[in-house]
Design a binder for this molecule. Sequence first.
Ligand SMILES: Nc1ncnc2c1ncn2[C@@H]1O[C@H](COP(=O)(O)OP(=O)(O)OP(=O)(O)O)[C@@H](O)[C@H]1O
Ligand code: SF4
Ligand SMILES: [Mg+2]
Length: 328
Amino acid sequence: MTTTPPLLDIRNLSVSFDTYQGQARVLDKASLSVRHGEIMGLVGETSCGKSVLSRSILRIIPSPPGRIDGGEIFFEGQDLLKLPRTAMRKLRGERISMIFQEPMSSLNPVFSVGNQMREVVRSHRPVSRGEANAICLEMLSSVRLPDPESVLAAYPHELSGGMRQRVMIAMALTCRPALLLADEPTTALDVTVQGQILAILAELAASQGLSILFVTHDMGVVAQLCHRVAVMYAGQVVEVADVESLFARPAHPYTQGLIASIPGRTTGGELYAIPGSVPSCLAPPPGCRFHTRCTHAGPDCSRAVPEMVRVASDHSVACHLCPTGGAL
Ligand SMILES: Nc1ncnc2c1ncn2[C@@H]1O[C@H](COP(=O)(O)OP(=O)(O)OP(=O)(O)O)[C@@H](O)[C@H]1O
Ligand code: SF4
Ligand SMILES: [Mg+2]
């Protein structure tokens, strides 16, 4: 049986930042993949490296102080870390697009939405102004913005936060990319608008075969939207599973803690919180980076880094407690 290779395959990606306190290894041999047409969640507490990982894919880590130390990022069969700058520039927006938490940081307040959207279209495709306009209207309709004509004529500040995020999604999709990197795109929105944006993303993935890497710290959003999930802790990917297995049988103690912390998961009493705090990337704990907070930690945990092992067909974990189904 032949298996289709994933659209995106990140292998052992390591990234460091030079800081006044020393070198911080913020990603340490992180690996994950995104398959064709799937929504892959990337979760973990603040500062665990989610944004650095997603920006590394587009090679937009500020450098200096950032540096990719090693690893591979295969996309459509080629290692992005080896692509010449010009090829990488062409790929951004065309094959891989990104949306961020705050759309205003990507929209220019002094130009109308139409002006900015047409610019994006025409920077990638040899089309007339009228054709670019038609593409923009089609994209705005695809994110269910009512009255796309008025949205094109509007300036960003004239739109609500939810409308601006839809404009960003429409802009990101104008060239019909294969992969959308979505870094906390709904965190700043109220729950109702968040639900609408998630529904649009799910529909786009299903109808256009779009793959999405959805970065969030919200396990509820993961459960609602994603097909598979990668859990990060202190710069490492510690568990990857299909969403049903992750919630039904979380294998890593950190994932178990994240799930137990979801409001409504524990019956009565106080909301569960994982004890302690995320360690500094300047001097991460040896062995398993989670051992300083793990209630199951044994003597091996501070000595040896746990290997990622397969515990079920679509479920891998890096924890000494997990029975080895075979190293990956
Ligand atoms: N430009 C930078 N210079 C120095 N350190 C940085 C820089 N950007 C990120 N880092 C560090 O890299 C680590 C990972 O940051 P990252 O932004 O990827 O976290 P995150 O998981 O996205 O967190 P959040 O949920 O808060 O968005 C953090 O320790 C952060 O301080
Ligand atoms: S390896 Fe040890 S410290 Fe790390 S999560 Fe597993 S039991 Fe806990
Ligand atoms: Mg982030």
